[in-house]
Design a protein around this ligand. Sequence first.
Ligand SMILES: [Zn+2]
Length: 303
Amino acid sequence: MKHKNILLFLLISISGIRANASGKIKVVTTLTDLKSITEIIGGDLVEVSSIATGYQNPHFVDPKPSYIIKLSKADMFVTIGLDLENGWSPSLLNSSRNARIQKGAPGYVDASENISLLQVPNSISRQQGDIHIFGNPHYWLDPMRGKLIARNIYNGLLRISPENKNYFAKNLAAFIAKIDRQDKIWKNALAPYDGMKVIVYHNEWVYFEKHFGLKVVDFLEPKPGIPPTPSQLVKVINEVKANNIKLIITSPYFPTKSADVVARQTGAKVVVLATSVGAEDEIKDYFDLFDYDVHQIVNHLKP
Ligand SMILES: [Zn+2]
């Protein structure tokens, strides 16, 4: 009798393990950066797909309908939140009719939770056409805030799969340690340019700028989401000349025409930085993203 019980116990245990191994936690993220961090924290236990690619403007994604099906089967959904994906992700989430991943459900992860935001406007400073109405949503471009994103994702995985707490916790600790290690290298590489003034296309570098010691003087867009106007370009050209600015930072999804106009008039260089994992083939994870951007800046400033 005793033996039988042990055998039964073993059989149940083995089948339990099998069920776990075959059924990975299915995660859908809005951005590739969230996908990368989820893959690092979730390891072998997750299967992650991102709705946006790494070279799309995250404000204006035209998602494939196939993502409704993916969302309908997902155990977890991760979003940058604020108003970054407002134009496209809430309707997808709605159409999925998946109660497990709707706002407030255990499978819904808002990566902005507990993250201190920059440029939160009050009602007076809020302007028509602004697409950053809850504060600047491009916070994943600061590796320190990346650690908080990882913790939010960890908390989400814990709600769904509490039995794997130790595994997720180990991955989270490794992620945080690697960010801190790499950050020293990134900061070292940019140290000679501390306080350097730059012009950027869209207001999406404020967290990156603050962390790495650059100083954004102005934007090619007169307001976030409003394409450059001739009068804005004249203003920027004057600022570049007055401040002897060497660098104009833009992103893969913006036309280079207006940045090129400023460069031709002033001698400043245009550098296209990646804002997300996958913007270039070599940017395979969240660490590569900063490797790439730091290298691009350093290379463009070489005499
Ligand atoms: Zn933006």
